[in-house]
Every structure is written in structure tokens, then in C-alpha cells.
Ligand binder design. Sequence first.
Ligand code: T4K
Length: 375
Amino acid sequence: MSAEPILVTRSSMPPMDEYVAEIASLWESHWLTNMGLKHQQLERELESYLGVEDIALFTNGHNALECVLEALALGADGRREVITTPYTFASTIHAIVRKGLTPVFADIKPSDYTIDPVSIERLITPNTCAILPVHVYGNLCDVDAIEKIAREHNLKVVYDAAHAFGVTLNGRGVATFGDASMFSFHATKVFNTIEGGAVSFKDPDLKLKLNRWKNFGIADEEHVEFVGGNAKMNEFCAAMGICNLRHLGEEIAKRRVVAERYWDRLEELPGVKVCRPQDGVTPNYAYLPAVFEPSEFGATRDEVFEALAAHDVHARKYFYPIAPDFDCYRAQHGDAYVPVARHTGNCVLTLPMYADLALADVDRICDIVAGCAKA
Ligand code: T4K
């Protein structure tokens, strides 16, 4: 049992010797970034892991998302609205807005907190150009319904799959859905490259565009094709990814044991809802959300949060406030009609979740939570 504070997550790291061996060649090559050998190797290994022909690596998931929205030329035909979820990390919405597009907020489903296709359909207008759903907590969106809507209305679909690395639906990899999917390899993710991200995509022509966008739009030494940015993953991050990928199976297996202990314990408590894996989905156990219904449970989410903090257990309110209620969006979007998202945001707590979290600590956390329940 830990005497240290328990944080919401803890980065997975490979054995230090393994990482040192992986980066040793960089002292010979002096090639540290700009799509070097480690970058190339990690791309190939991830393509094979994700079951796709091609991916493009980035400095982080956010830059990857901005880049793919631009590479797909969203907004170029005058349609500038992107239907998305209010129940996500700031990055998703910021990427839309920073690319000059307008987020339109659909509600989420109470079962898995992903965007509700019925709500999407209601919001489609002649100005809609795309749907940007999020596989939140690694729960898969209703990909079939979303694909059908997109086809009927000539919309692009870009998934924010930041939480869903390695998840499959009936054996089909998450990276194969939609026109493109973005993954985050941030230090807090199931698979990390310290900072990093990637995009998978349907149209093979996107690879060249994405590679140029992340390198200032440079085509070759004498041609700069468009106004790109700089979002290239460096060799040290790629090396971390190569090492972490070797241990990913073990990482996910350990997370599964932790998740199942939480689920078994928390499901015994009236008024606490947890997310078991969806039908047909092989999960990655990225997050451990628990929703506390105060009238049934007898305590609010904030009371549970405080009780845990008093024991040096630091859960997080992912995702509260919901995006339309952010200071920067409230004036324009605060009236978004998203009752399920707002209620979930008010009642959710993501509990500590990482591969090496001891079961004794999970039990201690569940005991503290149970202690908050009404007698
Ligand atoms: N879309 C979605 C749906 C996302 O959730 C995210 C990122 C993105 C897009 C954008 O992807 P990136 O551009 O980040 O690749 C954290 C992460 O920074 C962020 O990546 C993540 N989502 C978000 C859900 O969580 P914070 O502000 O909560 O991080 P922080 O610094 O409070 O860290 C949380 C806990 O993680 C700490 O209490 C301890 C642990 N930790 C943290 C760091 C930095 C570690 O164990 N090691 C570390 O190095 O945002």
C-alpha cells in the first residue's frame, strides 16, 4: 500500500537500461529530429500495431488534430460548422476554433459518454462540414451510426481518439474509422512517447500533406508549398515510444486487473455508475470514470473528491466543466442544450488508474468512496 500521494495517473516508463540502449545510436548519428530513423521505425511499428497502412507522427495529439483539420481543408468550401462533443478535454474544441471553424455541441449518451448520433442529426445545417467525435475514456463512439450520417450529409468524420489507442471493435482497430483519427501519446496516456501524437487516415494522399504541414509546408530545399507549422516528433520521444510499445501488452493486462477490482467494488454501491467495456470492444483501460448520483449515493461528486484528497488520493474531474462552460466559450456557447453532458460533468470523478497501482490501494480508495455513501 502506498504511503505516497496517489495521483490520477502515473506515466509508464520502460526499464532505464532499455531506453539508454535505444538512444545510444543518436550519439553516433547526431540526428536528433526531422523524421530520423527512430521516427521512421516507430511509424512502421505503430502502423503494424494499429492495423493501418500509414500513420503520421506529431509532437503531440493537439498539433496532430489541428494539422489534420487543415489537411482535410475543412471550411474551404464555406461550410464552417463542426459538430462535436462538449464532454472532452479542452484540446478538441480549441483545435476546431484555432482552425477558424465553429464548434456546434451535440449531447452525449448516458451509457458511455460518447456523442449521441440522434443529437448530431438534429444539429446538421447547410453549414456543417464535419463531425468530430471523441472516443472518451477509450469508449468507442457509435461509429456505424456516425458513418451513416456523414455519408448521407457529405460530412467528414475526424475522431479524437486521444484516449483510445489500441482499442478494437469486433477485431477492427480504432484507427480505421472515419476519414481520420488522432491519437495522443502524452505522458499520461496508456501508450506514451513523453509528448507525442499521431494521425491515421483513409485517403493515402494525406500522408504527404501531413508530413509537409508538420515541417513548415516545405516540399524540398527550394520549394515551400504552403504555410505549415512545426510539429515533428523528435528522436528521443520516438525512442521512448519504441520501448514503451514493447511493454504495452503487459501494461494493458495490469490495467485490466486494476479496473476489474474497481468495477467489482464500486458496483456494489447504490448510486455509483462505472463503465464496463462495451459489447464487442477490447478496451485499453485508459481511465476509471465513476459517476455519483447524489440522490441515490447520498454524497456529491465534490464531497467524494474532498474525502479522497483528505487521504492524499487525488482524483480528477475529467471532464468538468464541460467545454461550452469554459470561460473562453461561455459567452458564445454557454446556452448549448446538452443536459446529459452537463449532468455527467457535474457528477463524474476519474479515479486513479495506472498499471502499477496496487490492489490494496484500489481497495483503500473504494473504502474511502464507500465511506461517503449514505448510511
Ligand atoms: N483530446 C483529448 C480527448 C485529450 O484528453 C487530450 C489530452 C488531447 C486531445 C490532447 O492531446 P495532447 O496534445 O496532450 O497529446 C492531461 C494531459 O496533459 C493531456 O494530455 C490529457 N488529454 C488530459 C486528459 O490530461 P492535465 O492538465 O490534467 O495534466 P496534469 O499535468 O495535471 O497531469 C495529470 C496527472 O498525470 C498528474 O496528476 C500526474 C500524472 N503525470 C503527469 C505528467 C505531466 C505523470 O505521471 N507524468 C507526467 O509527466 O492534462
